[in-house]
Design a protein around this ligand. Sequence first.
Ligand code: GLV
Length: 332
Amino acid sequence: MNEIQKNKLNKIVVFGNILPEGLKKLYENYEVVNYLENTIESEEEFLKKVSDAVAIITWFTHKINKSIIEKLNNVRVIANYAVGYDNIDIKAATSAGIVVLNTPDILTNATAEIAVLLTFACAKRAKEAILSVLTGNLDDVSPSFMLGKDIIGKTVGVIGAGRIGKRYAIMMQALGCNVIYYNRSKKEELEKIDIKYAELEDLLKTSDIVSLHLPLNEQSKNLLDMHKLSMMKDDAILVNTARAAIIDEKALINLLEKGKFFSVGLDVYNNEPYPDPKLLEFPNVIILPHIGSATYETRLKMAEFLSETLIIALNGRLTELKNLVNKEILGQ
Ligand code: GLV
């Protein structure tokens, strides 16, 4: 039996409608079974589907918790079709000897672009303007109708200076903003181009626009709680393209009800993809259904990269991987 025939006996289960052309290498070399569901409704059903799989591909909507991981008998690799991996219990995966992969780098531009889009949409009151056209509510159009804010000259505070945060910071600087950032550690490459570090509270108090670019973990969960949100300027713009749980959404709604914030742009929110109806009522809250990386080019590259690295992982060449999430597994 040659290598390819042998691999065909190995099953990979893919969850979600990932572009099949991006998974070509997997389809050619393995038995691939695709289930379209984006969530795990029943642990039992999920485990049945993956019981004889050596690897699974998941999305950020599939919650792979400890209880599931402990029952994954054959799975050796979980490949997450996302850069974020807070949907997977990484510690449990490492204990179970399961390799976790993600898709860093590839989606940096697409996600930074969505943050820029939300920034502009918020500043220019795009939702209200589009709604006025769609509903034919145009009698008020006058020299003082729908006044937004200039972007140029504004202070932009970037929270989290990983790949996406840095890209967004550079884009906003190129658009004429004074950009500052908060991060666990200072970033030399930003400092060099006059994008300076600020303590979180200073950043919140002085920024006209605040954009979040942190991974979700124990430290970042609820980072923007009532206290921190209240520190922001009353007419600030807040953009979140990272993860919903970084903001206390109840506190955010409470403050919006009191008239705080010029506008809020969210690509992530609780209970995705169905936002709290209260959020929808605010004319100055702009919501996108978590489409940060959703361009054809990016999603295709993500699928190709994940396929290639999944094969490397299944072949045991872990040290070659640039997207190994649980590096601790190398020492086991
Ligand atoms: C999307 O949110 C991702 O983490 O890739």
